[in-house]
Design a protein around this ligand. Structure first.
Ligand code: GLA
Ligand code: ZN
Length: 674
């Protein structure tokens, strides 16, 4: 975890770039930070060019001053390593550091997140810089975390990556025969004779653009390239991790993640991070469950340990298609939403708005006007005061969920690389559908990986589990046998880890658990639907309609149209002590609400609180008691009837069961139950 011990409160601050400003302005920054109750700054995120002038020449003089400045002013530091954008001289002298794009074009100097993860130059110099920083600043006792690089991402297809990919494959598969088998290379006569025959699957090779999306001829190759690319960047992170740990073994290390970011397998990454931190930038038209989903996904990476909200904009971003302002109160509301879902740190990008380049119109604590007389500054200050008041009582609190949703990056990649059955197959959206349904009913959800322990959950949902990896079916099998309830959907169980189909009928390894056999699947265009009736209500069935046979399961509802009229669309299988449900098509919000609502009720999975629609409720617990967050996302005032005696940590008001608690628009209450 980030080191909250040093402040004993929810850390509050953000990305601070004093190197972009003349030194005369720094004192004013300090004054304004104090006013706003800021206690932590992330510094040195993009300073490589200033810190290293040549292969041999380093210059820390400015950073020394900044470190002294912030320490003198009582600020804690999240110290970044500056390796997310390489200096111009490095690109000129060592072009291997430049990335090659998916179309095979080698980039020139420019942009950021621009280094090839397998470039020997990048690895050598990023590691060296991280080490020098740790050595130089190891005695500062105000460093609360290391922030390695910044938002790792993208991919590279250069010759260095190709070479490294061959090595990665050799380690994974051992022999070329095994690789040929795993990738099914006898198809189209692609048999490889040697690992040197392997090429990166970019637009020059197996991948192509189709209808605006990247497709592949060989899912196995593309899938492995995704894994390899994620691993390559992870290796870069780990090199820097080790480098800073040499000198500062006790300072926790993180890198800022991006929620449901498809390119990197964060579940694997998190194993090597001391704590999870992430950047939350919902678009103006996001529904509340979208941010909640990401928070829970990020919390799940470390099995529920608190995370840091490393970045959010105080007011506006510069890169959304419409950079609509956060309405008054929304920054506060979304900050508490992060805390409600497990954050112990609230930070902004950025502290002072820059004057040039693409982020000059991105929101900041200090705006271009340069003083404290702005709406945004006042809102930041008010939240800062509240966080001071709340103090440390909630730190470390955990979320206890009885429902879990499985999320798996390999499955995400594989399901969406699949050529057919439908361009509408969207893993993230299907998982979101289930998540949103539960979240909107205030049912707490843990987002889990296929390697997490499931035994404590009453309900495990694995939407669109296209790839059922080795061993995961066994985990589900014993979970259900021992009394668990499992739910999965259409397009599940098709393939194993290499994207090779499991023969013997779909859903492959899950067939016995679900008691069904899916013979065919009908991909319906967006404007077409079948339908089914369940408990007297009729719902649509679309996207992909599985034509299935019962093999032990019971049909809860059946299709009502077309040549498969009468075939089951919703099934339940009693298996051991537990039950497995199969939802054979995509339906609408109402169906998920009704069906999951009933399922949770039957399993005595209780909502955190009963609230009007649009008021989110979530609970965290620690040794000081439990904390019920009530978050009003509605467009007006809302009333909640209090269920237990408690004190609102924000207003200080005491409530008795049956009392009415009124939340203004964007209002928040945190009821502390002892
Ligand atoms: C990301 C980056 C920051 C900044 C913000 C702007 O999160 O990490 O450096 O560019 O976006 O929204
Ligand atoms: Zn590369």
């Amino acid at each position: 975890m980030i080191d909250n011990e040093k402040v004993k409160k929810i850390l509050y601050g953000g990305d601070y770039n004093p190197e972009q400003w003349p030194e005369e302005i720094w004192a004013e920054d300090m004054r304004l930070f104090k006013l706003a109750h800021i206690d932590v700054v992330t510094i040195n995120v993009f300073s490589w060019a200033a810190l290293q002038k040549d292969d041999e020449v380093y210059d820390f003089s400015k950073l020394d001053k900044i470190m002294e400045l912030v320490q003198k002013n009582g600020l804690k530091v999240c110290l970044a390593t500056s390796t997310a954008a390489h200096p111009a001289w490095m690109a000129r002298k060592h072009p291997d550091i430049l990335r090659t794009e998916h179309n095979g074009i080698r980039r020139k100097f420019g942009s950021r997140h621009n280094s090839c993860p397998n470039s020997p130059t990048y690895r050598k110099y990023s590691l060296a810089l991280a080490e020098k920083l740790a050595q130089r600043y190891q005695d500062y006792d105000n460093i609360v975390a290391w922030h390695i690089s910044n938002e790792y991402g993208g991919s590279c297809y250069c010759d260095n990556c190709e070479k490294a990919f061959r090595k990665w494959l050799q380690e994974k598969y051992g022999t070329i025969e095994e690789l040929n088998r795993a990738w099914n290379m006898s198809f189209w006569g692609h048999t490889l004779y040697d690992f040197d025959d392997v090429v990166v699957p970019d637009l020059r090779s197996e991948e192509f653009e189709w209808d605006g999306v990247c497709r592949t001829n060989f899912q196995g190759i593309s899938l492995d390239y995704n894994r390899f690319n994620s691993d390559s960047m992870l290796e870069c992170f780990r090199l820097e991790y080790e480098a800073v740990k040499k000198y500062t073994p006790d300072i926790p290390v993180t890198t800022n993640l991006m929620g449901a970011y498809k390119v990197l397998d964060y579940q694997k990454w998190a194993k090597y991070m001391d704590f999870v931190s992430w950047d939350n930038y919902p678009a103006y038209d996001c529904f509340p469950a979208q941010a909640a989903f990401n928070h829970d996904l990020m919390r799940g990476l470390k099995q529920g340990k608190p995370f840091a909200l490393m970045e959010q904009t105080p007011s506006v971003s510069n890169w959304h298609i419409y950079c609509k302002l956060k309405r008054p109160g929304v920054m506060r509301l979304w900050s508490y939403q992060a805390v409600a879902h497990g954050a112990d740190t609230i930070m902004f990008f950025q502290m002072r708005r820059s004057i040039g380049a693409c982020e000059k119109y991105h929101g900041a604590v200090i705006d271009h006007v340069g003083n404290e007389n702005t709406r945004v500054f006042r809102e930041i200050t008010a939240l800062g005061e509240e966080l001071d008041k709340i103090g440390d009582v909630m730190l470390g609190a955990r979320t206890k969920s009885q429902a879990a949703i499985v999320f798996d990056w390999d499955n995400w990649w594989a399901a969406e690389y699949s050529a057919g059955p439908s361009k509408l197959i969207n893993y993230h959206q299907e998982v979101m559908q289930y998540y949103k349904t539960l979240n909107e009913q205030n049912i707490s959800v843990d987002m889990v990986s296929v390697t997490d322990d499931l035994s404590e959950y009453k309900l495990v949902i694995a939407p669109l589990l296209y790839m059922c990896k080795d061993g995961f079916d066994e985990k589900i099998r014993s979970y259900v046998k021992q009394g668990g309830t499992f739910l999965t959907t259409y397009f599940s169980g098709y393939v194993e880890d290499h994207d090779l189909v499991v023969t013997g009928g779909y859903p492959g390894r899950l067939k016995d658990i679900l008691g069904i056999w899916v013979e065919e699947s009908d991909a319906l265009p967006e404007d077409e639907n079948n339908s089914f009736t369940y408990k007297g209500k009729t719902y649509p069935a679309g996207l992909l309609c599985d034509l299935l046979h019962l093999q032990g399961a019971e049909a809860l509802a059946s299709y009502e149209k077309d040549f498969y009229e009468g075939m089951p669309v919703l099934t339940m299988n009693e298996f051991g002590q537990g039950k497995s449900y199969y939802v054979a098509a995509h339906s609408n919000d109402e169906f998920y609400k009704d069906f999951l609502g009933e399922l949770c009720k039957g399993l005595s999975i209780k909502p955190a609180a009963s609230t009007p629609e649009g008021v989110e409720a979530a609970i965290r617990e620690n040794e000081n008691g439990s904390f019920l967050f009530l978050l009003n996302h509605r467009s007006g005032t809302a009333n909640v009837i209090v269920e237990r005696e408690g004190i609102d940590l924000i207003s200080g008001k005491a409530y008795q069961p049956g009392d009415r608690l009124t939340l203004e628009k964007a209002g928040v209450a945190i009821l502390h139950y002892k």
